[in-house]
Design a protein around this ligand. Sequence first.
Ligand code: MG
Length: 366
Amino acid sequence: MSAAPRKIIHVDCDCFYAAIEMRDDPSLRAVPLAVGGRPETRGVVATCNYVARRFGVHSAMSSARALRLCPDLIIVPPDMARYRAASQQIMLIYQAFTPLIEPLSLDEAYLDVSGQPHEQGSATRMAEAIRRRIREEVGITASAGIAPNKFLAKVASDWNKPDGQFLIRPQDVAAFVKTLPVEKIFGVGKVTAGRLHQLGIQSCGDLQRWERADLLRHFGKMGERLYELSRGQDERQVETDRGRKSISVEETYAHDLPDLAACLAKLPELVDRLQARLARNGNPAYRGLSVKLKFDDFSQTTVENSGSQLSNVRFGELLRAGHARGRRPVRLLGVGVKLADENDLPRQLRLFGKDGRPLPDAEPEA
Ligand SMILES: [Mg+2]
């Protein structure tokens, strides 16, 4: 607590995939546009522009439903190669401001700019400069949040979206969180929000009136997080690729996968994406595979082994074991690898136990 407050910027491009499409074909700017799969193949909207959002179209919605809401909607298929090229340009811009960058996706990242000399050390002006360079060099807009920690920076980047930014100074935190709806806390989904509302808790200010022990009793491990985040406290560091412990990809399906066979059918596509993601990260060494499932009742399980072979067969074995724990329709599937850290043997032993079997995973929310 004695250290100076950190300066974290969360940068998030505005409707990224759609923005790239509009940049490359200006005739798409004025029309409702979505990037996603075809409705006849049960495709899903990945991103849509703000014109389409006025019709109620949003990401993760089925393309068929999006077209019912907005019959003039133009749906273009994703072109990941172009999005990745833009993403690399954006990452280079970030690197001009700080080496402490944690990418969350192609267009979103946390930057720790504490102590950086640029713009006389003003994080607000660094955020402005970053957004200006993205506009000028990449040709799209981005929004930014500036705050003393990751949680608040991410909330703030949404505050003046699109093409805006918002600053939460350390001395503003208490007043800011007081009225912040609990839904804005990361990890609070529909189920937890519903339970909080039942207890009469709508805002972080309401949450602050609860004792830590009572929150732990009601919400388990999540209660601890609720206690701290409702006070605007979040000590998580910006984790660069160097410090990263795992790499994973996941997909939330617009239609729940009804059974194990449906889940297995989705596996090759996820493993391909994981492979591409690893390649983008310079193919780091890894020890251990994991499969994550979220069922239709929002319960979640992760199964791991210590394998180092990225194969559909190996992931299939984990998927079978995980599915057997729930035997329900599945709304989300993820596959990942634990990165090897050759210099950190004690941690490895802790991770996998003396017998080489993985220890139960105390999984943090992504
Ligand atoms: Mg974005």
